[in-house]
Design a protein around this ligand. Structure first.
Ligand code: APR
Ligand code: ZN
Length: 365
């Protein structure tokens, strides 16, 4: 049996998405049919759509990987989800492969084969791929159970859809990947939807100096509201940014994060990490092919450089607890959701992102 639904299809690189009726295959072995209730507009989708992301894609494509919804039907072999469950889409955690069995990291072996997995969508007789094997810019989707985390039912869909990538990436980068500790000093470069959540994660960890850096002075107020102790507007700063940050952190930060995707900024983030033990975590996705210039001596001096995808979080096993933290008020997503819109307004939503407006826009169904 096929399922009919409405989806936003990207037919070509950078061309506006088209809202169309599509057909979904019924969920196969290990797959689940989800009614999407909310889907977030993430920067990473923009990069894929415009064709400059290192994450490749095959068009036509239903983009969108941030989503939350309700399970409608499960395919054969799905034992951990049932109709009526509330779920968040996330990078796969199959719980069977070598990587999932290890306690290290969140790179399930299915992640590497995930993007542009077998298409389950048909539009006008043509097969359409689902972004990241998910495709949340549609009222319904079929994906593998490994990409769905079951969460409590009292959590609002719009807020938890943001936990599907952006917010979790930021909070996880601080708490799980970098393991910021109480009393630490932290510098976050870039205060967008991800950087602001790194600030929240650092605050939850008990960091006492939390510096946010952005070229947009409007980001300062929100950073301070969410826990930053200092804001540096690097567009008007006179003199050397790294020197200023070394002074603010009394010789370098215990933890620095780059959440823009700009390699010059990544180099500055490494230079801002404290000699001896400072850890620089790369969160932003730089354009495909760009190379980072690192002086080996900076590393010899005890600085550490690492990267993270999805903040090191394993979706299926760790998102339920992160949703608990949200519901306990330990961090704030409400203030970060600056626009809600129907699927039909998705192109306008992305136009706003290109202009740098707002923090997180959510499609609600
Ligand atoms: N220095 C400081 N801040 C900058 C700079 C710069 N040179 N250039 C841009 N910014 C700021 C912007 O003003 C904005 O506040 O970085 C922020 C980026 O935020 P968003 O556009 O909301 O992007 P976000 O969703 O947070 O993602 C950031 O992480 O996962 C990746 O693909 C994602 O590469 C992207 C990055
Ligand atoms: Zn796995």
């Amino acid at each position: 049996m096929t399922i009919r639904t409405e989806a936003a299809i990207a037919y070509e690189v950078g061309r506006p998405m088209v809202i169309e009726q599509v057909e979904l295959d019924a969920p196969g072995e290990g797959e689940v049919l989800v009614e999407v209730k909310a889907a977030g507009l993430c920067h990473t989708d923009l990069g894929v759509w415009e064709g400059h992301s290192p994450i490749g894609a095959t068009f036509p494509l239903v983009l969108g990987h941030e989503g939350a919804g309700i399970v409608l039907e499960t395919g054969p072999g799905v034992t951990d989800l049932e109709p009526g469950d509330h779920v968040i889409t996330f990078a796969p955690e199959c719980q069977l492969c070598g990587a999932c069995h290890s306690t290290k990291g969140n790179f399930c072996e299915a992640v590497l084969s995930g993007y542009g997995a077998e298409p389950s969508i048909t539009a006008g007789g043509r097969r359409v791929f689902a972004g990241y094997g998910v495709g949340t810019f549609a009222n319904h989707l079929v994906t593998t159970s490994s990409r769905l985390a079951r969460v409590r039912k009292d959590a609002p869909f719009d807020e938890i859809s943001y936990l599907s990538c952006g917010a979790t990436t930021g909070i996880g980068a601080a708490l799980i990947e970098a393991k910021v500790e109480a009393g630490a000093s932290v510098v976050v470069f870039g205060l967008g939807g991800i950087g602001l959540n790194i600030i929240q994660g650092a605050r939850m960890a008990g960091a006492t100096t939390i510096v946010g850096v952005d070229i947009n002075p409007q980001k300062g107020a929100m950073a301070l509201q969410l826990g930053a102790t200092h804001f540096v507007d690097s567009s008007t700063l006179e003199g050397d940014l790294v020197g200023h940050l070394l002074e603010l952190t009394r010789g370098g930060a215990d933890y620095t994060f780059e959440a823009v995707g700009n390699i010059r900024l990544m180099e500055q983030a490494l230079a801002t990490a404290r000699i001896g033990w400072g850890v620089c975590t790369i969160v932003g996705v730089a354009p495909s092919g760009e190379k980072l210039g690192v002086l080996p001596f900076d590393l010899i001096m005890g600085r550490k450089l690492q990267g993270t995808a999805m903040g090191g979080v394993r979706g299926k096993s760790q998102l339920p607890e992160i949703v608990d933290w949200l519901m306990e008020g330990r961090f704030d997503l409400k203030s970060l959701i600056t626009a809600r819109m129907p699927l039909s307004a998705i192109n306008e939503g992305y136009d706003g992102m290109r202009r740098g407006e707002g923090l997180r826009s959510i499609i609600t169904f």
